[in-house]
Design a protein around this ligand. Structure first.
Ligand code: GLY
Length: 424
């Protein structure tokens, strides 16, 4: 079969790597992809927001399955568009993707169906929001309703910071329409864990849990990024907690959507926090996480294409459980210095080809460019380096040894990926 992957980052490189292993797949295309994936997939020069062009291309090229990586095309209705042309596509439709596309929608589902999450208020009027902040307890969290590239969430430790966030989001419109409405919610403290589950709208099949490291600097300091590293599994997730996540969060969410007349098919990504009183939902995403995918899929032993087909066909109940590589996976993201703010690109990356020799090491490209036979930086997040080791500590030690062999000007990476588990 022919598979088209939509997107161009480390997540999509990992999807291509995993889908390539399926015996059912003859050919993979990626739109637009990056140079690092060219050995697995043929690149198609269509951007992720050109939904009509993507659908026409898929039709003309007899694509059997399309897999959507990023959230924007999902929220913009790529699945509805493909399905209307009779094309098979993996991901939630526009209505279901609202779980990520509208924080107001997600919070109202959580509240209505009594799924654990922080207390919150919704505001459409900046004056009402500023008024509310006068008497509020701090810290608190301010979220732009819509998609803001991971930058729409502000943790304010005092009133002045909260006021500034409301003004930036609602009055200065730094995220455009995405900030027309905001959610102000209580701040929750605890370990954050990402649980991604496949669902066909009726049944769920959770993938192994992972922990992301969103802040740019060691010790979770500095601004949030798309994610600077991840590991899987995580020892925070005991068997009891896992049951709690499935029974009190994932299953009720899918059921709640169904009751609202929304059939959610694809990956349901629950961003969770383990508080003193149990697991609560911080947010939902409607897609695979990045870099979480870079540690989850290397451990998944099942055929991902078969799983995606079961989801699309509403037959996920036929698959009772998933098989996992017992080894632990750790991914460290190498970024351009200055990311997530301003950064330069175009620096030569040295040492990559020598690294490819190690068989427990995977290199996923996010922002790279091949010129002749040399690699250059071409984005904020440049590479994800994943190692499978005998336990987290072994994987951490190995990944950092490997990283010493890679160099580019202004290279930045966190030196403490996995530190929370070690301190635990
Ligand atoms: N790692 C965070 C995300 O994928 O949104």
């Amino acid at each position: 079969m022919k598979v088209l992957i939509i997107g161009s980052g480390g997540r999509e490189h990992t999807l291509a790597w995993k889908i390539f292993q399926s015996e059912r797949v003859e050919k993979i295309y990626v739109a637009p992809g990056n140079d690092g994936m060219s050995d697995l997939a043929e690149r198609v020069p269509i951007q992720i927001d050109q939904i009509e062009e993507l659908a026409n291309w898929a039709l003309a090229n007899k694509i059997d399955l399309t897999v959507v990586g990023p959230e924007d095309p999902l929220v913009n209705g790529i699945v509805d568009h493909f399905e209307a042309k009779g094309l098979r596509i993996f991901g939630p439709n526009k209505e279901a993707a609202l779980l990520e596309g509208s924080k107001v929608f997600a919070k109202s589902i959580l509240k209505k169906y009594d799924i654990p999450t922080a207390e919150f208020e919704v505001f459409t009027d900046p004056d009402a929001a500023l008024n509310y902040l006068e008497e509020a307890n701090y810290p608190l969290v301010i979220k732009a309703e819509g998609l803001a590239g991971g930058k729409g969430v502000v943790i304010a430790s005092k009133k002045e910071e909260a006021n500034a966030a409301v003004e930036r989001i609602m009055e200065d419109k730094v995220f455009g329409d995405a900030g027309d409405r905001i959610v102000i919610e209580d701040f929750l403290e605890g370990q954050e864990i990402s649980v991604l589950a496949l669902t066909d709208g009726e049944h769920i099949l959770p993938l192994a849990p992972a922990q992301d490291h969103k802040a740019i600097f060691d010790g979770d300091e500095g601004p949030n990024t798309g994610g600077m590293g991840a590991y899987s599994p995580t020892s925070f997730m005991t068997d009891d907690l896992w049951d709690e996540v499935c029974e009190d969060i994932l299953e009720p969410t899918v059921k709640a959507l169904k009751e609202e007349g929304v059939s959610y098919k694809g990956v349901l990504y629950a961003g969770l926090i383990l508080t003193d009183t149990g697991m609560e939902v911080l947010e939902f995403n409607a897609r695979f996480g990045d870099p979480e995918t870079q540690v989850i899929l290397p451990r998944l032993e099942d055929d991902l294409v078969e799983l995606m087909e079961l989801v699309i066909d509403g037959r996920l109940s036929e698959k009772k459980s998933l098989s996992w590589d017992e080894r632990a996976a750790v991914c460290v993201v190498l970024a351009s210095g200055g990311y997530p703010l301003t950064y330069e690109t175009g620096f030569e990356i040295k040492g990559l080809d020598d690294l490819k020799q190690h068989d427990n090491l995977l290199i996923f490209h996010s922002g790279t460019k091949l010129v002749g036979d040399k690699w250059f930086t071409d984005g904020g997040r440049v590479l994800g380096i994943t190692v499978l080791g005998d336990g987290i500590l072994d994987a951490i030690n190995q990944v950092y040894d490997f990283l010493e062999e890679i160099e580019f000007e202004d290279i930045h990476y966190r030196t403490d990926i996995g530190f929370k588990i070690i301190e635990d």
